[in-house]
Design a protein around this ligand. Structure first.
Ligand code: UDP
Ligand code: MG
Length: 336
């Protein structure tokens, strides 16, 4: 009988090409924000009925009612996924766990859950992705943070700019959209001291900025106190640069040069000023500067081996392909 034979209905045919977009949403003590945040996100995504959304919340060991609030969301909305850590592992790890859970999405959007990253901006990201951009990173046109936070952030990016082996855009947080192929590449980087925005830059592909105004936090307080910010900055600088190790030997050469200058002075006095004794400080200085200079140079030698060991233990992928061996584009989905 013909009606028993299965032929795809028009709606099924449409569903094959529907894009799936996953939001990765780290949560740490956001009990007072979650309901408002999720409401705003649902409202923003509503006009894109042509897209299948998934909302992956990662509870990073919150101490307040965040987890209960998230479980309520899951009850009410089947598109919500909730992961919960056994303790607080930190924002970067929470985002990583979310990315690991969202590998079947055509694109992922990483976003804070304190309403500092406006949901409407993420919808603009989706349009840019549909136009072929692989990574859309949100760049702050303005921000409402304290002067201290802005000043330290400026200093951090200034240092990073000078040291890092790759170019990492300024005034950019982790609020971004990544195409599936980029997210899969990022997932291959398993280093423990994670600096995700650096990893995404390292991966390459077509990356573009989207300017936005960052709002103040809706409720609660920052989960990034100074202590966590310093550890995070260290991950960024040390994770993408071995320059401080190279400075050791440069300093060694500089100090050795001082000892040579002093030696020339000592010889000069000895040879051309017979009536004058060589000053004791100069004589001792030659030995002191020479010895400490040599020691620093040797430490620099150890440092350059250490730098290599470090890079090897990071065990990053050697390269990321944009075209496969058969000349096909990697990870292109029907939806674009
Ligand atoms: N967050 C997290 N784990 C932490 C700290 C923060 O998952 O240990 C989350 C937090 O819930 C928020 C995002 O990461 O969604 C950014 O954190 P926060 O707003 O506290 O940082 P700030 O915006 O002040 O830099
Ligand atoms: Mg915030």
């Amino acid at each position: 009988m013909s009606d028993q034979q299965h032929s795809p209905s028009p709606t099924e045919a449409v569903e094959v090409t529907r894009a799936k977009i996953a939001y990765v949403l780290p949560v740490y003590n956001e009990g007072d924000n979650i309901a408002v945040f999720h409401g705003a996100l649902i409202a923003a995504t509503l006009p894109r009925a042509d897209v299948d959304f998934e909302f992956v919340y990662v509870d990073d060991g919150s101490r307040d009612a965040s987890l209960e609030k998230l479980l309520e969301l899951r009850q009410a909305d089947s598109r919500v996924t909730v992961l919960s850590f056994s303790r607080n592992y930190g924002h970067q790890i929470a985002v990583t766990a979310g990315l690991d859970a969202a590998t079947d999405a055509d694109a992922v959007i990483i976003m804070d859950t304190d309403l500092q990253d406006p949901p409407s901006v993420s919808i603009e990201m989706i349009s840019m992705w549909e136009d072929g951009v692989d990574v859309v990173y949100a760049q702050r046109r303005s921000r409402q943070d304290s002067l201290f936070k802005r000043a330290t952030a400026y200093l951090f990016y200034w240092v990073l700019d000078r040291l890092a082996s790759i170019e990492i855009p300024r005034n950019v947080g982790d609020f971004r959209l990544m195409d599936r192929k980029v997210a899969l590449e990022v997932a291959r980087y398993r280093e423990h001291g994670r600096f995700l925005r650096g990893i995404v830059s390292h991966v390459g592909f077509r990356q573009e900025a989207l300017l936005f105004d960052r709002d103040p936090r809706h409720a609660g307080e920052t989960g990034y106190p100074l202590r966590k910010m310093i550890a995070f900055a260290a991950n960024g600088i040390l994770g993408f640069s071995t320059a401080p190790l190279r400075w050791i030997s440069r300093l060694g050469f500089f100090i050795s040069a001082v000892s040579i200058l002093l030696a020339v002075y000592v010889l000069w006095v000895r040879l051309f000023m017979p009536q004058q004794a060589v000053p004791g400080w100069a004589f001792l200085g030659v030995g002191m500067f020479l010895l400490s200079g040599l020691q620093l140079i040797m430490m620099g030698v150890i440092g350059s081996y250490l730098g290599r060991v470090y890079v090897e233990t990071q065990d990053r992928p050697l390269y990321s392909l944009a075209l496969s061996a058969r000349g096909e584009r990697v990870g292109v989905t029907a939806s674009r």
